[in-house]
Write a protein of this length. Structure first.
Length: 653
């Protein structure tokens, strides 16, 4: 039997636009040979391929392989180099050669120029017509392609061009003669660069996943900062000569009075940024050097977060979904502004929504559009407040009512009454932790017996930054941070793997990218209900909830940090001190109540003194048990001999 010659790879010949193969293996066959796909999966992809859709895109859409696997296959098929855009930094000179619209139309990103050759990253290197367009636009002899994944390519292209455009527009202004901020700026046709600058700034913020834009005037001009993943990052500085025009343009866009610069103003507008509708909530505030402007960005086209993408612990999520599937009662989500309360409610609501339920919401603003849900926008200017809207909503035969925020006593009373009359009420509050929500409702004037009867669950949450997957490396936590968390290095689990990110292009040098929810879920059991009725403190309610299995936000964050998902610094920064610390067994560290005689898990005797009559915990200085009136052993004074005989019990009236 003759020996079989090894298969030779297809030959490649260069062309003016890059590389072309006179003979090459089909992509699907190549992925099957590489073990990425099976023959059956390839057949499924071919059968489900849409007209004019490339096979690689079909494979990714069906979830049969990742973008990286397909890009590797394309690079091997065409004998082209593969590029990781998260590590490569495009050369500004190359970016300047290709207009933004042309790069967007052909889905390419210029990387560098070598002599008269332009190197670009693309997900479709076989598109010869696109390469020819780029060659003519860049005025080079040849365009060489490097294969990249489509999603990373699109994200980085938007980011690079938006940042570059912002800097170029700022450079257009002459800073030689600073303008007088007391003069009223006039927005005319000659102010077109300011209009383009605002548009570019919005595009940069949307492409960078920013939640807020901060424009802060100082002696030299305006500092532009973006809040990304909860922290502010400086983007650019605007010269003082154009600060007045910039602020005026934003005011005009959001319907504010450009002549009023002495009082704070609030406005809003809707803009379209690269095909995405974005709701802008604008706030201005007079300061020493001019007006500060903060713009909250609410993209309408953003994908809704699924309930399993929130990042909540499994036990917390189970408690939330169980409560939200109940026919009546009240579920509260608490936390500071920007902690993801509304996002959590939407995700959980979508998970339990059924066609048999009538769901209505009252929101300010409507951040996400949910199919099958009747959503109402609050408008205080015309008198449509949460309280007034809630009264009307209850006449719409709802099964579930979502109240964007309980801000006043009237809304709190109406929400509680609605939950007691056969409705499931979902709402948000601003409290520090879960137990504090009960005291907050009482402070708003709701009777304790109504709170105890209506409340099903309180979820307190924070958003914390994920450690960047791209640059995360093992790193021991700071001992001082551990001490502030109430931990020691020796107390960490044996399998703990703390990490930290030194910074890379993916996370823009921050070491973190993306956020997840840290939460504690307080279920209102019969024992917790009794504590609410008796007027117990928030600490006592928190202790009872922890005995019933509630994990505090800090404990949840420490667990995530031990697993390397976040850092211990993030756990300390984002979580509050836990309320109602629970006593622990000195033997097995199990949670024990104050009146336990022995640990229920290991039977270790506990050191608390107890009454011999009823067995309850007593203080060492007491002489009589306050529960059964049994006479206790008197404290031994210094120098006295202990008596073997106890005093006679006090007579019972």
């Amino acid at each position: 039997m003759a020996s079989q010659k090894p298969e030779q790879p297809p030959t490649a010949k260069p062309s003016a636009g890059g590389w072309s193969n006179s003979r090459r293996i089909r992509l699907g066959e190549l992925l099957v040979r590489a073990g990425v796909l099976t023959g059956e999966q390839l057949a499924v992809a071919i059968d489900n391929k849409a007209p004019n859709e490339r096979l690689g895109a079909t494979i990714v859409r069906l979830g049969l392989a990742s973008e990286d696997d397909v890009a590797d296959g394309v690079a091997t098929q065409l004998r082209l180099p593969r590029i990781d855009l998260l590590e490569e930094r495009p050369d500004p000179a190359a970016v300047d050669r290709v207009p933004a619209r042309l790069a967007a139309r052909h889905g390419v990103l210029p990387i560098r120029i070598v002599g008269d050759v332009l190197v670009v990253a693309t997900a479709e290197p076989s598109d010869i017509a696109a390469l020819d367009d780029l060659r003519m636009a860049a005025k080079v002899r040849m365009v060489r392609s490097m294969v990249a994944t489509p999603s990373t390519l699109d994200q980085l292209r938007r980011q690079v061009y938006s940042q570059d455009a912002t800097k170029d527009l700022i450079d257009e202004f002459d800073d030689s003669s600073p303008a007088d901020l007391d003069d009223e700026p006039e927005i005319t046709e000659t102010s077109q660069p300011v209009v383009r600058l605002v548009d570019s700034l919005l595009a940069d913020a949307v492409n960078s996943r920013a939640s807020d834009i901060h424009l802060e005037p100082d002696r030299d001009g305006i500092r532009m900062r973006l809040r990304i993943d909860g922290l502010l990052r400086e983007r650019a500085r605007v010269p003082r000569s154009m600060s007045g025009q910039l602020i005026s343009r934003i005011k005009i866009q959001s319907g504010l009075d450009i002549s009023e610069r002495r009082l704070p103003q609030d406005g809003r507008s809707m803009v379209r940024v690269e095909g995405v509708e974005v709701d802008l909530r604008v706030s201005t505030m007079p300061t020493l050097y001019g007006e500060t402007v903060v713009i909250r960005l609410l993209p309408k086209g953003a994908d809704r977060v699924k309930v399993d993408e929130l990042g909540l612990a499994e036990d917390v999520l189970d408690r939330v979904l169980f409560a939200m599937d109940r026919p009546q009662g009240m579920v509260l989500v608490t936390g500071p502004t920007g902690s993801g309360k509304t996002t959590t409610l939407y995700a959980a609501l979508e998970a339990v929504t059924r066609p048999t339920r009538n769901v209505l919401t009252l929101e300010d603003p409507v951040e996400y559009q949910l199919p099958g849900v009747n959503q109402t926008q609050i408008n205080a200017k015309i008198g449509l407040t949460f309280a007034r809207g809630l009264r009307s909503v209850l006449r719409q035969d709802p099964d579930v009512v979502l109240v964007g925020e309980i801000r006043d006593a009237e809304t709190a009373h109406l929400a509680v009454e609605a939950s007691l009359t056969g409705h499931l009420v979902l709402a948000t509050l601003h409290t520090n932790d879960a137990a504090s929500a009960i005291g907050r409702l009482v402070d708003l004037g709701v009777d304790r017996f109504l709170v105890a009867s209506s409340l099903l669950l309180v979820l307190a949450q924070r958003l914390t930054r994920r450690t960047c997957d791209r640059c995360a490396v093992p790193q021991a936590p700071d001992p001082q941070v551990l001490r502030r968390l109430g931990l020691e290095a020796a107390s960490l689990p044996a399998d703990a793997r703390p990490t930290a990110g030194p910074g890379c292009r993916t996370c823009e040098g921050s070491g973190a990218r993306g956020r997840l929810s840290i939460g504690e879920a307080l279920s209102v059991s019969s024992e917790v209900r009794e504590l609410i009725l008796s007027g117990a403190s928030e600490a006592a309610i928190a202790r009872r909830a922890r005995l019933e299995g509630m994990v505090t936000m800090r404990e949840d964050a420490v667990l995530r940090a031990s697993n390397g998902v976040i850092t211990f610094d993030e756990a300390l920064r984002t979580t509050p001190e836990p309320a109602g610390e629970v006593a622990r067994c000195p033997s097995c560290a199990a949670a024990v109540a104050d009146d336990y005689l022995v640990c229920p898990q290991c039977a270790h005797p506990l050191g608390t003194e107890h009454c011999s009559g009823c067995g309850r915990a007593v203080e060492s200085v007491w002489t009589t048990c306050p529960w059964c009136r049994h006479t206790l052993a008197s404290p031994v004074a210094a120098g006295d001999e202990p008596s073997d005989q106890l005093p006679a019990p006090a007579p019972i009236d």
